[in-house]
Write a protein that binds this ligand. Structure first.
Ligand code: ADE
Length: 227
């Protein structure tokens, strides 16, 4: 059971995201709990402001320390968190290995960044891990938090129906996935490789492995090098 607390100024962005398919199943089957928190509710300002101008000038607003400190401290007083994650392009880039590690944790918190960033004292004092979902800049951390949550939840044992399906994902064994086909065996003149129709499990497994290696060499030799 993984509990993920998501701290955001836009909880609406997540509406619908956890009510479908695999993420819904994870929550329904009791393997995961997702709790959304609106940072604005922790503002002591009468206008519920959560951002302010950067000291020293410059463009963009910075998320204030106080509301986020209050929210995180309240959560930490209730349970222990294995990681307090901040989504940021400065972080370690998410990969399957990190998703696997996170799926084995109990309580995770994900703070979604915004504007030009968050007051550095939050990062120094409260954040235990900064995660980027790739070398590009999003307008907010919400999509990154959703990506992390999806990648993590589907790895929790019991979440996927066919237990082996996460194990044969691209990346899970250091290889991209081989091609797959379904009926019909011939579509607009294009035939499914004979071996897949042969019924010979050993040959099929060998073909899939060969294709996985071939595809990985052609498209992502960098992940093969790490093995
Ligand atoms: N926030 C903005 N850009 C991001 C990225 N690439 N990954 C995670 N959080 C972000």
């Amino acid at each position: 059971m993984v509990r993920i607390d998501i701290l955001t100024i836009f909880p609406e962005i997540f509406e619908g995201m956890f009510t479908h398919s695999i993420m819904k199943r994870a929550v329904h089957k009791g393997h995961a709990e997702i709790v959304l928190h609106n940072i604005r509710d922790y503002s002591s300002d009468k206008h519920k402001r959560v951002d302010d101008y950067p000291f020293g000038g410059g463009a963009g607003m910075v998320m204030m320390a106080e509301p986020i400190f209050r929210l995180i401290e309240e959560l930490k007083s209730k349970r222990e968190y294995d990681e307090i994650i901040y989504t940021s392009p400065d972080g370690v880039v998410l990969n399957q290995s990190l998703a696997n590690q996170l799926s084995m944790k109990g309580n995770l918190m994900i703070l979604c960044g915004h504007y030009k960033g968050i007051d550095e004292r939050i990062r120094e004092t409260l954040i235990t891990k900064e995660i980027s979902i790739g070398d590009y800049v999003l307008s907010g951390g919400e999509l990154a938090a959703a990506v992390i949550t999806d990648a993590v939840l589907r790895l929790i044992p019991g979440v996927l129906n066919d237990e082996t399906s996460a194990l044969t994902d691209s990346f899970q064994n250091g290889l991209l996935s081989p091609p797959v086909y379904t009926r019909p065996a011939e579509f607009r003149g294009q035939k499914v490789p004979d071996v897949l129709l042969s019924g010979n499990d050993r040959l099929i497994a060998q073909w899939r492995h060969d294709k996985a290696v071939e595809r990985t060499l052609a498209r992502r030799p960098d992940i093969l090098d790490k093995e």
